[in-house]
Design a binder for this molecule. Structure first.
Ligand code: HEM
Length: 282
């Protein structure tokens, strides 16, 4: 059997064309066969993860209680790859969480129930979008999302209920997106450097990138913990502008986004230039 390599341009989730922006759970049903994605960037992204580990980057954390779920995660990933991409399964001796993280492009976060809602008990997080694993490990969903405007009031209770209700046989996926000034996948620095560059309608296509995260959630059948995966896609804004419908949709979503969310995503200052650029192309 050969590896099925997906073309990231075709599968990057189309996050703007689903109607007006709203802060929502945004969950879609997921077929387990479609759980993890292997794209043309597989080799480069695994090498990137290895390099970060070699450098001692803070990308792995595991609380003692997570050990059985980490082992279960590794077994599930190996079983998935054995079906869809057996060549990707080298023999390895690293600890289970590192083996699991180095097998897939996705980042991996394990969530365990607690009296305070589901909390993060282990993660292999090579490609964070401006958050630090050390700040979030051990924290429940609400604390993790404290910086997200509206999360506690609008989504917190729903998210807690939803996590309790995820059924083993009914995994889900969702996506989120932002526009960044740096295509680097590993961005643990909190909202730094941002908008240091002068963005104009003339240079926005080359100076900015669209970053989309495809996230999946599934309950592990043995330990009952919830595994959250994040597959990150980055494309120059010029690629989005080349598709008139996508360009129009993205410009419209920026109009609909509340000011607090634009500020949180560091997009308030970029909005005029980005919209002028996108609308100039359509
Ligand atoms: C149904 C589940 C979830 C929903 C609806 C949700 C929703 C969101 C939203 C709306 C944002 C703002 C980001 C943006 O739009 O660009 C966000 C950020 C974030 N989410 Fe989630 N999320 C979910 C699950 C998780 C899980 C399981 C984790 C576990 C690690 C997580 C970690 C984060 C982090 C670290 C941030 C950035 C917070 C910061 O700026 O410090 N999310 N999430």
């Amino acid at each position: 059997m050969t590896v099925t390599v997906l073309d990231s341009r075709q599968i990057m989730p189309r996050v703007f064309q689903d109607g007006a922006y709203k802060l929502a759970m945004g969950l879609n049903r997921l077929e387990l066969d479609d759980w993890l994605w292997c794209t043309e960037h597989y080799a480069a992204e695994i090498a990137h993860k290895r390099h970060l580990l070699d450098q001692g980057a803070d990308i792995v954390a595991e609380l003692p209680e997570a050990a059985p779920a980490v082992a279960e995660t590794l077994a599930l990933i190996e079983a998935h790859l054995a079906r869809f991409a057996p060549q990707l399964l080298p023999g390895a001796t690293a600890p289970p969480l590192i083996r699991a993280g180095l097998l897939v492009q996705e980042d991996l976060c394990l969530m365990a129930p607690s009296t305070d809602g589901y909390r993060l008990v282990a993660a292999f997080l090579a490609f964070p979008a401006r958050w630090r694993l050390a700040d979030k490990i051990g924290q429940p969903m609400r604390a993790i999302h404290t910086p997200v405007p509206g999360f506690a009031e609008r989504l917190g209770a729903t998210a807690d209920r939803f996590f309790g209700a995820i059924a083993v046989e009914r995994p889900v996926w969702r996506a989120n997106w932002s526009i960044l000034d740096d295509p680097e996948l590993h961005q643990p620095e909190a909202k730094r450097r941002y908008q240091r560059i002068e963005v104009t309608p003339e240079n926005a296509g080359e100076r900015l990138w669209l970053r989309v995260e495809r996230q999946t959630l599934r309950r592990l059948p043995e330990t009952g913990m919830v595994l959250f995966t994040i597959h990150t896609f980055v494309r120059p804004l010029a690629d989005i502008a080349a598709d008139p419908r996508a360009a129009q949709a993205l410009a419209d979503r920026l109009d609909e986004m509340p000011a607090a969310m634009l500020a949180y995503k560091n997009m308030a200052g970029l909005k005029p230039a980005v919209q002028a650029y996108l609308r100039g192309q359509v």
